[in-house]
Write a protein that binds this ligand. Structure first.
Ligand code: G4P
Length: 524
C-alpha cells in the first residue's frame, strides 16, 4: 500500500486560544468523543482536576498553565487524528510558533462572552504567517455571551478572515437550544447531560419539528442564516484552504455539544498531510523516503523519565522504530530504537508512524529544534524562524558552588529553545544574556533552573528592547559603541542589542555600510 493511503485519512491540527477559552476542556471532550478515555478529566485536566497529566512543574500547578507540549493521537471513523497541544501560557512564545509549524490546520477557540482576545489575535497571525487553514469554534454558548452576528463581524474586521458558519446557534448565548445546520437546514437539538461527562446525545430534527420545539429562537436562527447567505458567508472549500475564510461552529465544550460536529468537520474539510517544501526549492512528497523535522525538544518531563525528548513530525515515508536515519545537519546516523508517543505523562512505544504523526525520540541529545532527519534520498527542511527577542536579562548562578549545574542547565534550555542564549567576551561565559520574545520565558527559566538543575539563577533585566542581526564585519565595527551591545547567539549569529528603535536609526545612519537586519517579529 502506498504511503499516501495512510497519509490521506490523517488530520494533524492544534487548538489555539486565549487562556481560559476552554482548550483543555475541548481536548478532553474530543478525546472523550473518540472514546480514548472513559470519563472527562482523565487526559488533560488542570490543577485540581482528576488525573492531571501535565503537572510536571510546580509552576504549572501554581498557575494552572500547561507548559509541556504533547500530541494526542486517536482514531475516529477510519481516520487518524493527531491533536498537537500548544503551550497554554498567556504570552506568545516561540514554542507556539514551532508547534504550529508541525500541523496542517488549526482550530481557533473563541470564548462567546469575551470574543477575540489578544492571544487569539496573535496566534491567528502565526497561522496566517504559516498559511494554515483555520476552523473557528465559538465556545461556551451555554453561558451568556455576545451577539453571534457581532462575533462574526469582529472576526471579519479584526482578523480579516471571512467567517462562514457551518452551524448557527438556536437561542442566544446562555439559552443554547441547539444549532441550525446551515448545510442541511435542519435542527440539531442540544441535550444537557450531567456535567457533560458523557457524550451529549444529539437529536436531528426537521425545520418543521424545530419550529415546534424551539419556536421564536428557531425563526430568528433561520432569518440570520439567510442574512449570512445573502452576505456570501457560505462555506467554500477552496477559499478555506487558501486561508481566506474560516468555517465556524458554535459549541459548549463543557457540555460536549458541538464536539462531534467539530470532529466530523475536521475529517471532512481539514487538509491531510501533503508534500513538504524543503530547502533549495525541493519538495518531498508523502510517498517519498522517510523524513521528519524536529519541532520541539524537551527534557525532565517528570522524575520517572529524566531524559531528553525530541518531538518530530513525520513529513514523508514511513517511520519504523529501530530504523537508522540520518541527521541532516551533521550527516550522522541516528538510531531510533526508543521512539515514543507522548501525551502528558503517558508514554508508549511507537512502532510505525506515517506523515502527520508525531514521534518522541528519546535521548536525542544531538537533535535541535528545526533539525531534519531522513532515510534514503537526502532532504533538509527550512529552519523554523526564530523570532526577534524583545526582552533581555543577564543570568548568573545564585549559588556559585553550583556553577557546573548552572552551565549545563542554561545549555539545555538553550537547546530546547526556551530562551535564546547570547554571549560575549566582555561579559564572559559565566554571565550569559538571555533573550526572550515574551517575559514568561524568563519565569520558565527561573523555575526550571531551580527545580530541575538545582541551580537557582539571578536574572537582571537589561534596558534593551530591540535586536538586529549583523555579520562578522558589523560585529567588529559596532563593538564599543555607546548604548548598544554586540553578542553572539549559540548558533553563531551576531545580534546587536539596542535600547530602542531610535538608537537603531542613529547607529544605522552613522554606519551606513554595516549590516543591520531585522529578525522576524512575533506580532504582525
Ligand atoms: P484553557 O485550557 O483554554 O485555559 O481553558 P479550560 O478548558 O481550562 O477552561 C477554562 C474554564 O472555562 C474552566 O472553568 C472550564 O470549565 C470552563 N469552560 C470551558 N468550556 C466551557 C463551556 O463550553 N461552557 C462553560 N460554561 N464553561 C466552559 P474553571 O472554573 O476555570 O475550571 P473548572 O473548575 O471548571 O475546571
Amino acid at each position: 500500500m502506498a504511503v499516501h493511503d495512510d497519509a490521506r485519512p490523517r488530520r494533524t491540527f492544534a487548538v489555539i486560544s486565549h487562556p481560559d477559552a476552554g482548550k483543555s476542556t475541548l481536548t478532553e471532550a474530543l478525546a472523550l468523543h473518540a472514546s480514548v478515555i472513559s470519563e472527562a478529566g482523565a487526559v488533560h485536566g488542570k490543577a485540581g482536576r482528576r488525573g492531571t497529566v501535565s503537572d510536571w512543574m510546580e509552576m504549572e500547578r501554581a498557575r494552572g498553565i500547561s507548559i509541556t507540549s504533547a500530541a494526542l493521537q486517536f482514531t475516529y471513523r477510519d481516520h487518524v487524528v493527531n491533536l498537537v497541544d500548544t503551550p497554554g501560557h498567556s504570552d506568545f512564545s516561540e514554542d507556539t510558533y514551532r508547534v504550529l509549524s508541525a500541523v496542517d490546520s488549526a482550530v481557533m477557540l473563541v470564548d462567546a462572552a469575551k470574543g477575540l482576545e489578544p492571544q487569539t489575535l496573535k496566534l491567528f497571525q502565526v497561522c496566517a504567517h504559516r498559511g494554515i487553514p483555520v476552523l473557528t469554534i465559538i465556545n461556551k454558548w451555554d453561558r451568556p455571551g455576545l451577539d453571534p452576528l457581532e462575533l462574526m463581524d469582529s472576526i471579519e474586521q479584526q482578523i480579516k478572515l471571512k467567517p462562514t458558519p457551518l452551524t448557527w446557534p438556536v437561542g442566544e448565548a446562555g439559552d443554547f437550544r441547539g444549532v441550525l445546520d446551515r448545510r442541511t437546514g435542519g435542527f440539531i437539538q442540544f441535550t444537557r447531560t450531567a456535567g457533560g461527562a458523557t457524550r451529549a446525545p444529539e437529536l436531528h430534527l426537521s425545520p418543521d419539528q424545530a419550529t415546534g420545539v424551539a419556536g421564536g429562537a428557531w425563526t430568528t436562527a433561520q432569518e440570520e442564516h439567510e442574512l449570512l447567505s445573502a452576505d456570501g458567508a457560505d462555506h467554500d472549500q477552496k477559499r478555506f484552504l487558501a486561508g481566506e475564510t474560516t468555517p465556524v461552529l458554535f459549541a459548549s465544550a463543557l457540555q460536549n455539544f458541538g464536539v462531534a460536529q467539530l470532529l466530523e468537520i475536521l475529517l471532512e474539510l481539514a487538509p491531510p498531510p501533503g508534500a513538504s517544501p524543503a530547502l533549495n526549492g525541493a519538495v518531498r512528497g508523502v510517498d517519498d523516503d522517510f523524513s521528519a523535522f524536529v519541532f520541539k525538544v524537551q527534557s525532565g518531563m517528570d522524575s520517572a523519565h529524566r531524559d531528553r525528548l525530541a518531538y518530530a513530525r513525520v513529513c514523508s515515508g514511513v517511520f519504523e522504530r529501530g530504523m537508522v536515519v540520518t541527521h541532516a545537519g551533521t550527516g550522522r546516523p541516528f538510531a531510533t530504537k526508543y521512539a515514543q508517543a507522548v501525551f502528558g505523562r503517558e508514554r508508549s512505544s511507537v512502532e510505525t508512524a506515517f506523515p502527520g504523526d508525531v514521534v518522541g525520540l528519546v535521548n536525542a541529545s544531538s537533535l535541535r529544534v528545526g533539525d531534519t532527519i531522513y532515510a534514503g534520498e537526502p532532504v533538509e527542511y527550512p529552519p523554523i524562524a526564530s523570532f526577534a527577542p524583545e526582552y533581555f536579562a543577564t543570568a548568573r548562578a545564585a549559588d556559585t558552588g553550583r556553577y557546573k549545574q548552572f552551565r549545563s542547565g542554561i545549555e539545555q534550555l538553550d537547546q530546547e529553545g526556551v530562551v535564546q542564549v547570547l554571549r560575549s567576551d566582555l561579559r564572559g561565559a559565566q554571565n550569559p544574556v538571555l533573550a526572550a520574545v515574551g517575559p514568561m520565558q524568563f519565569e520558565v527559566v527561573l523555575a526550571r533552573m531551580e527545580a530541575e538543575f538545582k541551580a537557582p539563577v539571578r536574572l537582571e533585566q537589561l534596558a534593551y528592547t530591540v535586536a538586529r542581526r549583523t555579520d562578522d564585519a558589523g560585529a567588529e565595527a559596532l563593538s564599543g559603541i555607546r548604548q548598544i551591545e554586540v553578542l553572539a547567539r549559540s548558533d553563531g549569529t551576531h545580534l546587536v542589542l539596542f535600547p530602542d528603535k531610535w538608537r537603531v536609526t542613529t547607529v544605522a545612519r552613522d554606519h551606513p555600510d554595516v549590516m543591520l537586519e531585522a529578525l522576524p517579529a512575533s506580532t504582525g
